[in-house]
Design a protein around this ligand. Structure first.
Ligand SMILES: NC(=O)c1ccc[n+]([C@@H]2O[C@H](COP(=O)([O-])OP(=O)(O)OC[C@H]3O[C@@H](n4cnc5c(N)ncnc54)[C@H](O)[C@@H]3O)[C@@H](O)[C@H]2O)c1
Length: 330
């Protein structure tokens, strides 16, 4: 089946849909003719931005509100075929400073969505944005979905808790759920206000402002950077396949790059900025995951997806975007 046909006229709710992943997804779904509703509270700490959907504003519905407001979210969930649940406290670094807020958003809100669906509409499919962080240190293994989890931050503990809620409601009540463990996403429509998550975008900003980019340690740790268009394609293809129901799926590019190489690429492509190496600060080192290489064979077995963007192409595309639109994101 053509994937666009699957989504045509489907009723789709995107929580956190004014943010980076949600808005990129919304653009694609609108182009397929889906009926898209976004709920987002535009919390200034995160990447919610009305500008992200400016060009498709008349083709979707935007509700400014909090996902924790059950009277607001219940009718939206009752009236939908698929919910992409992306709203979150996104910073793993902040999670220790705001532990209960992180618990509320990254765990309790998922349980609340599941309960509403259990009571009102068991057919609603939930697609959840989890994170590679649930694994913790990879200890130089290539991480597939069966590697034991050992989260190092409250963010990751609460994401893992949501995963468990989703799998339980799937097995006990048959609710279709799909969990994506996303590696290191970057690309257009991402906030560049701070460096508390998603460093590629932040470093592009630093380079554009001809600033010094600080690398902790030797910069040799491996990361799997994935460009946002590839992520959205993987979401769409996997969600359309009923075999994905009840599955945890790694979502990365399948290629690993050294952190320092990523920064050098940015400086070369942008043509300004410089690098400074410093020691790891103690509070970062504790939660640093070390090398992270991910096995994406499950994703590939469920779909005919393959990444289209190399790191260099993705950085180039991101830079071209922010060259024109930086002021909307800082
Ligand atoms: N960016 C990353 O590095 C990364 C990596 C892995 C997983 N994820 C996950 O992907 C999802 C999307 O992240 P993103 O990168 O698009 O971040 P983002 O900050 O761009 O988007 C998050 C959105 O959630 C909204 N939001 C936050 N609290 C809300 C609330 N209480 N009610 C309604 N809306 C609320 C924000 O306003 C924002 O628009 C998150 O669940 C995140 O944990 C992100």
């Amino acid at each position: 089946m053509n994937v666009s046909t699957y989504y045509r006229e489907k009723r789709i709710l995107i929580t956190g849909g004014l943010g980076f992943l949600g808005s990129n997804l919304a653009h694609k779904l609108v182009s397929f003719g889906a009926n898209v509703t976004i709920i987002d509270n535009l919390d200034p700490l995160y990447g919610g931005n009305l500008y992200n959907v400016g060009s498709v504003r008349d083709k979707l519905k935007v509700i400014i509100g909090d996902i924790q407001d059950e009277s607001l979210i219940t009718p939206l969930l009752v009236d939908c075929d698929i919910v992409f649940h992306f709203a979150a406290q996104v910073s793993y670094i902040d999670s220790l400073n705001i532990p209960f807020r992180d618990l509320d958003l990254n765990a309790r809100a998922t349980l609340s969505i599941l309960e509403i669906i259990r009571k009102h509409n068991l057919q609603t499919k939930i697609v959840f944005s989890s994170s590679r962080m649930v694994i913790g240190k990879s200890n130089n293994r290539i991480v597939d979905e069966s590697v034991p989890t050992n989260p190092l931050s409250l963010y990751a503990i609460h994401k893992l808790t949501s995963e468990k809620y989703l799998l339980m409601y799937h097995s006990d009540f048959g609710i279709p759920v799909i969990i994506f463990r996303i590696t290191n996403p970057y690309g257009v429509r991402q906030q560049l206000k701070h460096n508390k998550y998603s460093l590629v975008g932040w470093f592009i900003r630093m380079a554009m402002e001809n600033k010094t980019i600080t690398i902790f340690g030797d910069g040799k740790q491996l990361r799997d950077y994935i460009y946002v268009e590839d992520i959205i394609e993987a979401f769409l293809l996997s969600t359309a396949n009923p075999k994905s129901n009840g599955e945890i799926i790694n979502l990365g590019s399948g290629y690993s790059s050294e952190f320092g190489e990523m920064v050098k690429n940015i400086i070369r492509i942008v043509g300004s900025g410089e690098i400074k190496y410093v020691d790891w600060p103690a509070n970062y080192e504790r939660i640093e995951t070390g090398n992270f290489q991910v096995d994406i064979s499950k994703l590939k077995s469920l779909t005919d997806w393959a990444p289209s963007f190399t790191l260099e192409q993705g950085i180039r595309q991101t830079y071209e975007y922010y060259k024109l639109k930086l002021s909307h994101y800082i």
